[in-house]
Design a protein around this ligand. Structure first.
Ligand code: PEP
Ligand code: MG
Length: 316
């Protein structure tokens, strides 16, 4: 069955009735590009730029080094879409030279966009490197900030992008419940949303993503998490903007159908998951995905939500 699913799985992501859901790859750098292309990724939905910063614990990579690396990735997707996330330092991704010092709760401290707003020169160099890397390429560049909490965060990021002369779409990751609850406000400042379901689950359930003992609460099938996905997707739809998912949730074929039913407009995942997600989507109509989403949201637990979605999608 596994082989049959893969064989049937080529081309752009879409439901059986032709509702398009671009399937994008999560990458950490140029080394991941080949795998993404091989899996038929329609672009990159999350370029985690942290890896570039790990070589030197004293300083950020130079403008030239960053430009060259970003260009390698952008060149691999001519006419395609590449969503780059600016540096997400802190908490589970510590960087010595940007460390905020001792914090009692690093996951609730200065991390992600907060770190960059404290070090505007690091953000500015990264944005200028992205602008230089995209120069003259037909690629469709989008740049997003991690850990956006509210409209003020989104505005600060968009202002920094404009000041750096970046010609791209600016977006906000939805990883903090406040951003999902007030997604329409956030969307007054940026052009797209991307749900980081790993952190969104962590902050919704007050359950550290690095602590195995609370992993039950990290399950992306939790109906409360699905509610926040729905709120974000509905807000984006009302504003005529897009709302993707780039957390691990998108890599689960059944959940990918549910996310589509909730109104999510693209799915980004590790390349190896793309063929399975493409095959699952191609077996169901958008209306069936919507029914599965409604059934999952009506459930009282992650297990019930999964079973309810499965029952809807297999009983048709
Ligand atoms: C997320 O939090 O879901 C996400 C995609 O970002 P990361 O896993 O890199 O924190
Ligand atoms: Mg995250």
């Amino acid at each position: 069955e596994r082989r049959a699913a893969l064989a049937a799985s080529t081309g752009p992501g879409a439901t059986s009735d032709g509702h398009k859901v671009p399937l994008l790859a999560n990458i950490g750098g140029p080394a991941d590009v080949a795998g993404a292309l091989e899996a038929g990724a329609e672009g990159v939905g999350l370029f985690r730029t942290e890896f570039l910063f790990l070589d030197d614990s004293e300083r950020a990579p130079s403008l030239e080094t960053q430009t060259a690396t970003y260009r390698q990735v952008l060149e691999a997707f001519p006419e395609g879409r590449v969503v780059v996330r600016v540096l997400d330092a802190g908490a589970d991704k510590p960087l010595a030279f940007l460390s905020p010092g001792e914090e009692p709760n690093p996951a609730l401290g200065v991390r992600g966009l907060r770190t960059l707003l404290d070090h505007p020169e690091v953000l500015d160099t990264q944005l200028k490197a992205l602008a230089a890397a995209a120069e003259g390429l037909p690629v469709y560049l989008e740049v997003m900030a991690p850990m956006v909490a509210d409209r003020a965060d989104a505005k600060a990021f968009a202002d920094a992008c404009r000041a750096a002369g970046l010609r791209a779409k600016f977006g906000a990751m939805v990883e903090i419940p406040s951003a999902a609850l007030r997604a329409r406000s956030v969307l007054q400042e940026v052009e797209f949303l991307s749900l980081g379901t790993n952190d969104l689950a962590q902050y919704t359930f007050a359950a550290d993503r690095q602590v195995g003992a609370v992993s039950r609460l990290q399950d992306p099938w939790q109906p409360a998490l699905l509610d926040l996905v729905s709120l974000s997707a509905e807000a984006a739809k009302a504003e005529g903007k897009s709302c993707g998912v780039c957390g691990e949730a998108a890599a689960d074929p059944l959940l990918a159908c549910v996310l589509t039913g909730l109104g999510v407009t693209s799915l980004s995942m590790s390349a190896s998951a793309i063929p399975y997600v493409r095959a699952a989507l191609s077996r169901h109509t958008l209306a069936q995905c919507e029914r599965a989403a409604a059934a999952a949201r009506a459930a009282e637990s992650a297990e019930e939500a999964r079973a309810a979605a499965e029952a809807v999608l297999s009983g048709e």
